[in-house]
Design a protein around this ligand. Structure first.
Ligand code: ZN
Ligand code: ZN
Length: 357
């Protein structure tokens, strides 16, 4: 009996070392899952402020290593059958049907993988009730909801979000330059909003997206593609599988940093940066960092808990955090800082999803 116990102990240790323990999210294991890169928020000529055709948008994303795309047009349900698309675009690339439910009081919600149009015209004095109406309509249409750009016009606060049921994702990063992701002196950043929600016990995951609408002219002030994306760990490149993985938090979000390892175990959080892929991505001229005045060049991994408290900081490309019994939740954030030509600095991020103890 003792021998069996020792054997079990040894096997467990080996599995933990391989990143394959009894974990929440086996992202580091030698399973059959792959990383798929996607953008959940795109506008094309179906929306009245964007002009490119879906073909041009799809071509851009496909050529830049993306695997899936949602055309989230304002209050229009767009379903494009990938197999009717030009063949050269079908290589490891799919459309997921969608819509941006563009409601009253600047409550906007991406409907992922819906099978029909979702009504948007419901109004109420309370923004939580509007958001709940969007979420319910999206679920009735067979999809899942992402609350979009809460800081656009600083319209949606943590208080508006926290009481909403069946909402598992929100846009922490939206690539449209007017969406105030990082807040200001009077308003919380979207990351602060996230910690406020998680601290209240709401299980909600962070999405990064482009909200792209201009694919031909690139500038700082334009809503261009390639600014924010998700990396989803899924066994198949198929709409249902991708959405199911996202609702479980089997993804990370990025504004420039790629990860090799993003393991959320019940007892440890393990992060490793993919330096080569990050370097390649950051050499692209469409990429835009968060501009800051002072900084220290290089990588930093932070593990963060309730109220945004930093539990551990590692200035390296690899790091882990042993989860304690007293931890309520732990999430991971990787920052890469580089000097800008004008002497200032810019930061790029990857955000790992929370584990609740
Ligand atoms: Zn919007
Ligand atoms: Zn939009």
């Amino acid at each position: 009996m003792r021998k069996i116990r020792i054997l079990y102990f040894v096997i467990t240790i080996i599995l933990i070392m391989q990143g394959c323990s009894d974990d929440i999210n086996m992202q580091g294991c030698n399973d059959d899952k792959k990383w798929y890169r996607g953008n959940t928020h795109t506008h094309t000529a179906f929306s009245n402020h964007a002009f490119s055709s879906p073909d041009i948008a799809a071509k851009w994303y496909q050529e830049h290593g993306y695997n899936f795309l949602i055309l989230s047009e304002h209050n229009k349900f767009v379903e494009i059958e990938t197999d009717k698309f030009p063949e050269y675009l079908q290589n490891e690339f799919i459309f997921i049907p969608g819509q941006e439910v563009t409601g009253h009081k600047t409550v906007h919600t991406t409907a992922m993988n819906i099978n029909r149009f979702v009504p948007w015209n419901f109004d109420h004095i309370n923004k939580s009730v509007i958001l709940q109406n969007h979420v319910n309509g999206i679920i009735e249409a067979g999809g899942q909801a992402i609350l979009n750009h809460p800081n656009y016009r600083y319209a949606v606060t943590a208080e508006n979000i926290s009481s909403v049921k069946n909402l598992y994702m929100f846009e922490l990063f939206n690539g449209n330059p007017v969406t105030n992701n990082f807040g200001d002196n009077e308003h919380s950043s979207t990351e602060d909003i996230w910690d406020q929600l998680l601290t209240k016990g709401m299980l909600i995951y962070a999405v990064a997206s482009d909200d792209a609408r201009q694919f031909e002219i690139f500038a700082d002030y334009m809503s261009n593609p390639g600014r924010g994306w998700v990396m989803v760990h899924s066994s198949k490149l198929e709409a249902d599988e991708i959405v199911t993985a996202m609702v479980k938090g089997d993804f990370y979000s990025s504004s420039g940093v790629f990860l090799k390892t993003n393991d959320r175990h019940s007892d440890a959080y393990i992060i490793e940066v993919d330096e080569k892929k990050t370097e390649e991505e950051l050499s692209q001229d469409y990429i835009r960092g968060n501009q800051i005045e002072k900084g220290t060049e290089g990588y930093k991994i932070e593990f963060i808990g309730p109220n945004g408290e930093i539990l551990k900081v590692i200035k390296a490309t690899k790091g882990n955090y042993r989860i304690k019994k007293s931890d309520v939740y732990v999430r991971a954030k990787v920052t890469y800082t580089r000097m800008h030509q004008d002497g200032g600095y810019e930061e790029f991020y990857a955000w790992g999803q929370p584990i609740f103890k």
